[in-house]
Unconditional design. Structure first.
Length: 137
């Protein structure tokens, strides 16, 4: 008969953390592999969920596709949903059922073209954003 040791929860947690730390020190590449595998899986799900190709040019290579904020509200989105973009944003959108009204799939080229167009518009009328804000008040 094996006698159970009477140890506190704190001690049990402390031992578990030490054991986990040793494992990560012994096999550092395994955690990296698992993380990369998860990121690849979620990114592929995202590509499939948003149509599998660039909305503007039709590029279908998942390595060059990314998610774009339709209304160019990325800073507000990061602040509101408390993520830094990338895989963190994908995970939050995944939980929300991949909403199509706020994000779209673009290739890097089309996304950059969209950004350049936005910057040009901003240079033409630098006070447009401020004017819109004052009209709303």
């Amino acid at each position: 008969m094996v006698k159970k040791l009477d140890i506190s929860d704190e001690e049990r947690i402390k031992r578990k953390r030490a054991s986990t730390k040793k494992w990560h020190e012994k096999y550092p590449w395994k955690n990296v592999e698992a993380t990369q595998k998860y990121r690849d899986k979620v990114q592929l799900e995202m590509v499939v969920a948003y149509g599998g190709k660039c909305l503007h040019c039709g590029e279908a290579d998942p390595d060059v596709l990314l998610l774009d904020h339709i209304n160019d509200d990325a800073p507000e989105d990061r602040k509101k949903n408390k993520h830094k973009g990338g895989i963190h944003m994908y995970a939050k959108l995944r939980k929300a059922g991949w909403p199509k009204d706020t994000h779209q799939l673009l290739c890097h080229n089309c996304n950059w073209r969209k950004e350049l167009k936005r910057r040009k518009e901003e240079r033409k009328n630098p006070y447009a954003i401020q004017q819109e804000a004052t009209c709303l008040v």
